[in-house]
Design a protein around this ligand. Sequence first.
Ligand SMILES: [Zn+2]
Length: 259
Amino acid sequence: MIDSHCHLADRVFAADLDVVIARAAEAGVTDLLCILAAGDASEHAQAARVATLCPGARFAVGVHPHQAHEFAGGGRSSAIVRAAFADKPSVRAIGEIGLDYHYDLSRRDIQRAVFAEQVALAREMRRPVIIHTREADGDTLDILRDEGQGEVIGVFHCFTGDITMARRVLDLGFLLSFAGIVTFPKAGSIRDAAALVPDDRLLAETDSPFLAPVPHRGRRNEPAWVCHVVDALAHVRGTTTADIDARITANFLGLMRGA
Ligand SMILES: [Zn+2]
């Protein structure tokens, strides 16, 4: 199984990282994408432990919209992401990047500029992007269209949109990754979207340590529990867990190869 988005370099895993990764392996998680915040020395140090403990780990590095104000102007976000790629061969993607108009922790014009800069870098480097978008669907799609020029691929992580938004993301050529929310009783519109995604555009993730799926809701999430997301996807799509697992594995490995 694949966990296409987790934060194993987060401090909350520092004390028992080895146990968490052992449980993931035992649950059948072979590969995962560990998201790193660009320029965060503590996360980068813990990422080295993740790489040692988990041979199937790959990494994404990006400036999150929450931190955009720290990297505003002068090509600073693309420079720090470029440096992370030069530093570590296991960095395979740019992310998570995007727009967050819910928390608005950076000014919106700065969020847009920093996001655009990193999408342009992805186009130049031919690397996939991992997209975080919240209450900013229109601007996110516009920037991907304008800066990506049809040459950037990637994934909308923790997809929480409806069928209309799912179709827009698919039209852009992107994948949709579903997290534990798809197991929540009230998430009917997300399950409707999950049902219509073509087999070759589907991914599953935990977004650990956040968003633990049912039956672990409210606890610290971890990659081993991606099985509950895969089960939920199999259920809404009327197929088997093994079938979804095989398709997601193929999709993830294809994405990591790049554009
Ligand atoms: Zn995340």
